[in-house]
Ligand binder design. Structure first.
Ligand SMILES: Cc1cc2nc3c(=O)[nH]c(=O)nc-3n(C[C@H](O)[C@H](O)[C@H](O)COP(=O)(O)OP(=O)(O)OC[C@H]3O[C@@H](n4cnc5c(N)ncnc54)[C@H](O)[C@@H]3O)c2cc1C
Length: 457
């Protein structure tokens, strides 16, 4: 009997692992269980599909089932893993198209079950017309509702990046969109001053924004949502999208006794091995180490899921690979507004015990005289005395956000802002001013560090 790898979850982490394991071990029997209708799709593309920027859901599918079949990977759509039996090295599987349940044996098990959207336990939260957004099937359901039911008023609950991208999509569809969040700012992963800039940008595209308002329930009529109730008002809604964040989908792993950490994610080592024998895990369902704070974090991003899946697959396939951890780099776009962050926010830096200085600069994305130059804000968080970069945030317009990559590299390599002032970054008027915003911010931060040293003697 050939050795068998069983993968639970057929998206970024699961299919990367399966493909990579296949490269290393042509002899391995590989079966992937995916409970949805799609595998190897871009969940990140869902807002653009809902908004109509991407016409066809199939365009979000990176690799077809035939692609995997040709490589000897047995991909079973509409098959849900319902139980893991570690002692028996087997997984209970339900065929969602009426084919019953049975146990499937494994030699190696890969858990790539992703995350699940947080649903508030409030009256009406499960009504028709209230959508979470996680898998492609969710995106298809929302777009179908938008096109078929022709809703006029949408309420997005939660102002994280998924909520904001969905708000943009619904604006593009011509809906009257309201966004409500219990916090005083959208995107709590950013500092409040940068959050204010984001709030202005959201209002600028016509979204009604209600901050600092907790949702208390959902009104329904005949089982369909009709309004969202907050402590202060009732917001009529034909459709509601939940953007309250996600949590690692670890229900069956936990039930089997596979160790999870304080964030709720599955604990793995750097090779993506869990603490249970022959069981691997990757993607949104796992916990990561933050390379700046050292703390365990659950940051659900496709960029990590693909890399971790590849690492797990390399190791399962007999090679050696490690995933070092994350620095929390993320970019997003809400209509013309671009938002990016890396490393620690001011709150996270304080929680991690860092004494941080902050430098914020406003500059332009291109040379000021070049058509299309727009304003952008860059914020750096720097460790007092050492001048080491701890985090960075950007809010701007076209060509602003991806500057975060240079900052993420500096952060990853432990650079000080003084060292960063000398970085050899590219310049031409259509791309940046002669002093790139990153260099201007580094200069300002380095001056702050120096002044602080002088002042404190
Ligand atoms: C709207 C949206 C926008 C996003 N935008 C970005 C972005 O711009 N950049 C970025 O880096 N990340 C983004 N992400 C996050 C990114 O999509 C996820 O981090 C990534 O998809 C995680 O991959 P994964 O394989 O771990 O989990 P998932 O993609 O969630 O895949 C898990 C799969 O497992 C299946 N599954 C779960 N349980 C079972 C079971 N018991 N049996 C069988 N199958 C099961 C699910 O159906 C699912 O298909 C976005 C996510 C969303 C929802």
């Amino acid at each position: 009997m050939p050795e068998r790898l069983l993968v639970i979850g057929g998206d970024a982490a699961g299919m990367s692992a399966a493909s990579q394991a296949r490269r290393g071990r042509p002899d391995l029997e590989i079966t992937v269980l995916e409970r949805g209708n799609f595998a190897s799709y871009s969940a990140c593309g869902i807002p653009y599909y809902v908004g109509g920027v991407v016409e066809d859901a199939d365009d979000l599918v990176a690799r077809t089932p035939e692609h995997f079949r040709e490589r000897g990977i047995d991909l079973r759509l509409r098959h849900e893993a319902t139980e893991i039996d570690l002692d028996g090295s087997r997984v209970r599987v339900r065929d969602l198209d009426g084919g019953g349940e049975r146990w499937e044996p494994y030699d190696q098990l890969m858990i790539a079950t992703g995350a699940v959207p947080v649903r508030p336990s409030l009256p009406g939260a499960d009504a028709d017309g209230v959508y979470g957004v996680q898998v492609l099937d969710d995106g298809i359901a929302i777009r179908r509702a938008v096109e078929k039911d022709k809703p006029e008023r949408a309420v997005v609950v939660g102002g994280g990046y998924i909520g904001l991208e969905m708000a943009e999509a619904l604006v593009q569809r011509g809906l009257d969109v309201t966004l409500v969040d219990g916090a005083e700012q959208p995107m709590r992963t950013m500092d409040p001053d940068m959050g204010e800039l984001i709030a202005d940008a959201i209002r600028g595209i016509g979204v009604h924004l209600h901050l600092g308002e907790q949702v208390e329930g959902f009104d329904t009529d005949g089982g369909h949502v009709t309004a969202v109730r907050t402590g202060s008002r009732t917001l009529p809604a034909d459709i509601v999208v939940l953007g309250l964040g996600v949590k690692p989908n670890t229900e069956i792993a936990e039930a089997a006794g596979i160790e999870t950490g304080p964030t709720g994610g599955i604990v793995t080592d750097r090779r993506m091995r869990t603490r249970s024998e022959n069981v691997w895990a990757a993607g949104d369902c796992v916990e990561n180490r933050h390379l700046i704070s050292g703390a365990p974090v659950a940051i659900a991003l496709g960029t990590h899921a693909n890399k971790q899946g590849r690492v797990a697959g390399t190791n399962i396939g007999g090679g050696y690979a490690t995933f070092p951890g994350v620095v929390g780099t993320a970019v997003s776009k809400i209509c013309h507004a671009e938002v990016a962050r890396t490393g620690l926010s001011a709150r996270e830096a304080a929680e991690a015990g860092f004494d941080a200085l902050e430098a914020v600069v406003e500059s332009t994305t291109r040379a000021g005289y070049h058509p299309g130059a727009t304003s952008m804000h860059t914020k750096l968080l720097v460790e007092r005395r050492t001048g080491r970069l701890l985090g960075a945030q950007i809010v701007g317009e076209e060509n602003a956000a991806k500057r975060i990559d240079g900052l993420a590299i500096a952060l990853w390599n432990g650079m000080t802002v003084e060292e960063m002032t000398g970085l050899d970054l590219g310049y031409a008027p259509p791309f940046s001013p002669v002093w790139d915003p990153v260099l201007i911010a580094a200069r300002k931060a380095a001056a702050l560090v120096e002044k602080d040293m002088r002042d404190s003697g």
